[in-house]
Ligand binder design. Structure first.
Ligand code: SAH
Length: 255
């Protein structure tokens, strides 16, 4: 190991939704300086080799806390560590895992130089593909119940629907969780209008992106996979030609 404990750094970055041009220059600069890259294998694979002396520590997607502890241990030993997430590192991703590991870990980790670089999160890339569906008030909910109870997901979906937020659904489905999006649509159908626009955006912000526009009445929960972001409109969300947008003002508001 090179360096001293005082010179180690840990930067948590998000590489954006996939294409290199949606990665921020600040993230590229952090990657260029790193001695060690830590992250889920497929995310690391998206990063071209920068220097021959960089170590890559690829791991499985489920072991986020182990990965965070490994990154903190490397930084505490003096390495320049970058933890890599897709999208934004603070949105259902590694930045929280790093702070959770700091909270429960070595006291010395609290003195480390830890920084978070923002990235373009999937819902922003997806929204831009279809127009401006997030133009009014919106919220983001992860449908994964790996880290929270499904009853919590349902409580939040109900509250968001009743408050008429546009709802961005992350982690809508996976091989292990094929039924949840269907259940979420059933719950939303009991509160929101049948004609509410629903968007499925797969691989947003990449050259392979695929968009399906439908209504809540017709929305099919089996249409989404792990690379899909689902947006459920508010009562004001509408289609204009091939674009979908949510006005910033509500009907009858003063302009
Ligand atoms: N930190 C990431 C989100 C991680 S959760 C971010 O900020 O984007 C993983 C979920 O994000 C996926 O299941 C999917 O719902 C969404 N996602 C990530 N990249 C995406 C992309 N390019 N297009 C559509 N959805 C994407």
């Amino acid at each position: 190991m090179t360096g001293s404990p005082l010179t180690g750094t840990l930067v948590v970055v998000g590489t954006g939704p996939g294409n290199a041009d949606l990665m921020t220059p600040a993230t590229s600069a952090a990657l260029a300086k790193a001695t060690d890259l830590v992250g889920y294998g497929p995310y690391l694979d998206r990063i071209p080799a920068i220097r021959a002396d960089q170590c890559r520590h690829a791991s499985d997607n489920r072991v986020e806390l182990d990965r965070a502890r490994q990154a903190l241990t490397l930084a505490a030993s003096g390495r320049q560590v970058v933890v890599v997430s897709g999208g934004d590192p603070g949105v259902f991703a590694m930045a929280s895992a790093v702070f959770e590991a700091v909270e429960a870990g070595e006291p010395a980790w609290r003195e480390l130089d830890i920084r978070v670089e923002p990235g373009v999160t999937a819902m922003l890339a997806a929204a831009a593909e279809v127009g401006a569906p997030l133009g009014g008030d919106f919220c983001a909910i992860s449908l994964s119940d790996n880290l929270k109870a499904w009853t919590t997901v349902e409580r939040r979906l109900k509250a968001a629907a009743e408050a008429d937020f546009v709802i961005a659904l992350y982690n809508p489905a996976s091989k292990a969780r094929p039924y949840q999006l269907g259940r979420a649509f059933d719950l939303l159908r009991s509160i929101k209008a049948a004609e509410t626009p629903v968007l499925f955006v797969r691989a947003a912000g990449t050259s392979e992106s695929k968009i399906v526009t439908t209504t809540l009445a017709a929305a099919d929960g089996t249409l989404a996979d792990m690379r899909t972001l689902v947006i459920v409109g508010a009562s004001t969300t509408r289609q204009i030609g091939r674009w979908i947008y949510t006005p910033r003002s509500e009907p009858g508001a003063r302009s």
